[in-house]
Design a protein. Structure first.
Length: 252
């Protein structure tokens, strides 16, 4: 049981005219200490062993500047700022939704006509399939299906027959006999650090591989000799076949 003593009078320091003293009961203080010391049964669920709890002073120090300024304001100014903060939150949410909009997109404004929005699931699947066929896929880093022209076709055929171009160099056998569907063509940029003999001159550089090979004198010489060898071999085989056929006729 606790009791209150009220004394009226002046103190030595003249601090106050009224002082209130409370004397707690020893039995009640023991009960309160036991309650404070006994942990809550669900306290272990909220404890984080890795991150220790910060003191209130450190929490204030680590808080962002906007929170520090907001806490330092008075009650009236806080009430004035609340609708402004709510308006900003709503505005940011609206801006995020407008970014996802199809109508307010810049590409939509450049279109001459609007397509049919009520598309069936079957047509959507077909459209997605066509879009997937445009590239090899993410595993091939979106390798595109380049349009096949006559010039590109000749260059690809020469690359497949690269073992014939240089007799002194060995090339690996082709994986596919068919021309590839997904490929990309790049341009080799000559480095200024390379010696001038290691790179082609501007006069020697052509648009395609076929033009470069036709302009190369050494390759044209090798091509002519190789062509003559092939024709002579064919003539020999034809002559042998003709003689064999003639012998068979005589036997009959």
């Amino acid at each position: 049981m606790s009791f209150i003593i009220d004394t009226i009078g002046s103190t030595d320091n003249n601090e106050s005219s009224k002082n209130i003293f409370t004397a707690p009961n020893p039995s009640s203080s023991k009960i309160n200490q036991e309650k404070d010391e006994s942990p809550h049964p669900l306290a272990h669920l909220f404890d984080d062993p890795e991150e220790p709890e910060l003191s209130p002073i450190k929490k204030k120090q680590n808080a962002p500047l906007s929170e520090k300024l907001y806490e330092g304001l008075t009650g009236k100014t806080k009430q004035k700022l609340l609708p402004v903060l709510d308006h900003r939150k709503k505005k940011s949410d609206i801006e995020e939704l407008l970014k996802k909009s199809v109508v307010l997109n810049q590409e939509f404004e450049n279109q001459h006509s609007i397509g049919d929005l009520n598309i069936s699931d079957k047509k959507l699947r077909e459209q997605r399939k066509k879009e997937r066929e445009k590239t090899k896929g993410t595993k091939w880093f979106g390798l595109p299906a380049t349009e096949m022209t006559d010039e590109i076709k000749r260059d690809l055929e020469i690359l497949q027959m690269r073992s014939v171009l240089d007799p002194k160099r060995f090339y690996k056998k082709n994986d596919n006999k068919v021309l590839p569907k997904y490929f990309q063509i790049g341009k080799v940029m000559d480095s200024p650090l390379d010696y001038y003999n290691n790179r082609l001159t501007k006069k020697e550089q052509k648009k395609t591989l076929v033009d470069e090979l036709m302009a190369d004198a050494q390759f044209s010489k090798y091509r002519k000799t190789k062509y003559a060898e092939i024709i002579t071999e064919k003539q020999k085989t034809h002559y042998k076949a003709w003689r064999q056929a003639k012998k068979l006729k005589k036997k009959k």
